[in-house]
Design a protein around this ligand. Sequence first.
Ligand SMILES: [Fe+2]
Length: 386
Amino acid sequence: MQVQTSTVQQELLPAQFASMQRQEMPGHQEHILVVDDEASVRGLLMELLAGAGYDVTAACNAEQALLQLQEDPECSLVLADLLMPGTDGFTLLDLISRNHASVPVVIFTAMHDIHVATSTFRRGAVDLLLKPFNRAQLLDVVSRALEHSNQLKQNDVYRKNLEQIVSARTSRLRSTMNELQKSYDITLETMGYALDLRDAETQEHARRVTAYTIALARELGIDKDRLHVIACGAFLHDVGKIATPDAILLKPGKLTAEETEIMRQHSTRGYEMVHKIPFLRDASELIYAHHENFDGSGYPRGLRGEEIPLGARLFAIADTLDAMTSDRPYRKSLSFAEARAEIGRCSGTQFDPQIVKVFLAMPDGLWADLQREADQAPIGTFGVKI
Ligand SMILES: [Fe+2]
């Protein structure tokens, strides 16, 4: 029932919503608080207003009026005399505006003075009633003040209702986006796992190399959206090897020239596979270029310098770092210090010298920490929190 009400409210304009609210409150009697130090005036006002069907109470001074408002903060209207002994009508108006902002106030006075009038409205009263006034004038002012106040309250309810709807929808949208992102990540993880099944030697390599690439990218100040694209590309860099025949992919010895040529096709194959997937289209550029060298000696297109996408230039360093610091069937892993020295040696030929400079300034211990974290990362993440 609650949900249905919200759905209806959401499609109504403020005036329609206000009308609906009034219909939902049959028999509601508006409460008016009269404040005047003169008993005869209080009595007359109470009689006139009660006669018009209002629920009326009275206070003989501002302090008593404030006590009554504390007990009845939903009071519909305060009708206050301006000149009273002690706390006057203006001070009472200020206190009500501060502590009971939703309660409208009408000031009445015998002072026909423009400064009194401007001060009354500037301090937040909804109307000014000049003495002497007759019954019709009193009821007219009260009726307009209540109408004005009701509209403000109903607009406020309508606004809060809209805010709740927007907040609920934003929350649902955020949840859906999170689910979608998780699905993307699981898709990536599954593609990486499919490759691992075929090439056991590279198990965990994808996660480590992603972690190293992202650490370098962060050091260069790359924004979060681009980091995610680079992470996807780094993680899937060798996905094209799914199309490489087992006899070549798993061959223990040295590859022939023809086999090397087939093996090298994995960059293009990976690009062709991943480029068709909309959320991976940008990442496919890294996959395509992940074996390019800075001096143009790489493959498949022989790109050089900044022709090579930035992500691929970062990846090239990360890939070499991981290859050198991982055990291989034909050799034990080298230290990170040895790998760093080799990468420094290949600056300007295999690697972008600007990125090598940043890489060499990064602390040695970072890579060992990232290696350990990536090896222990759970399924469903691809080793890096972006
Ligand atoms: Fe590769």
